[in-house]
Design a protein. Structure first.
Length: 221
């Protein structure tokens, strides 16, 4: 083989390998990955109802299916891999192959805690967690927006957003309730509505099936 042909063959090989080399250098968690990165992804997906398997740090079929479901629900490229875009949507950041809590999660906590403070700061603690859980249940429900901010600021969804209560500084209890809900605690068992039977004037909300009452709020589906 002539020198010119050898150089051409080498260039072709490098050209074919370049996408794989670039892909390998990016921070991506995918099928076959193991460790704390995978464990954190599994826990988040489990908290949000996408993953029902064991949080074992092994990226297999169940984790792949949960990631693709999450991607589909959030308008992401459905490839079953946690790259930068999917990680950002989960509220985490991928840096040099490691994964850590990102600022997106802190924004979620702030929004939720303000909503809880405006809607339920006088309620028992479990009732505050329940209000936050309703927001998260709506995020997962097809009839509502796919983000926490979208659910909270949906027109007419929560009185506290429109009467100024949302702008108050949240109490420590409400902040903790938001964190507990984000970490997977749902005292309502999946409810997507709540209301105060004493003060509610909306007739439609009273047609929903009440599952339980916590404090002054009835929680319904």
């Amino acid at each position: 083989m002539s020198k010119l042909r050898r150089i051409a063959a080498l260039c072709l090989t490098l050209f074919l390998l370049l996408p794989a080399m670039q892909q390998g250098s990016a921070a991506v968690v995918a099928w076959g990955s193991r460790g704390e990165q995978v464990r954190l992804i599994q826990q988040k997906l489990k908290n949000w109802g996408y993953f029902t398997g064991s949080v074992d740090g092994i990226f297999g079929r169940e984790t792949y299916d949960a990631v693709t479901w999450f991607q589909r629900q959030n308008g992401l490229t459905v490839d079953g891999r946690v790259g930068s875009a999917t990680a950002a949507a989960m509220g985490i950041s991928l840096t040099g192959g490691s994964i850590s809590a990102g600022t997106y999660r802190e924004k979620e906590i702030e929004l939720l805690s303000r909503l809880v403070n405006g809607e339920a700061r006088g309620e028992p603690y479990i009732g505050q967690v329940a209000v936050a859980a309703v927001v998260l249940n709506r995020v997962r429900h097809d009839a509502f927006p796919d983000t926490i901010s979208g659910v909270i600021f949906q027109t007419g969804a929560f009185d506290a957003v429109w009467d100024g209560q949302f702008d108050l500084e949240p109490t420590a209890s409400c902040i903790r309730a938001a964190r507990d809900a984000l970490n997977g605690w749902d005292p309502t068992g999946g409810c997507i509505y709540y209301y105060n039977p004493v003060t509610a004037t909306n007739r439609w909300i009273r047609t929903r099936a009440v599952q339980l009452t916590i404090g002054k709020h009835a929680f319904a589906i």
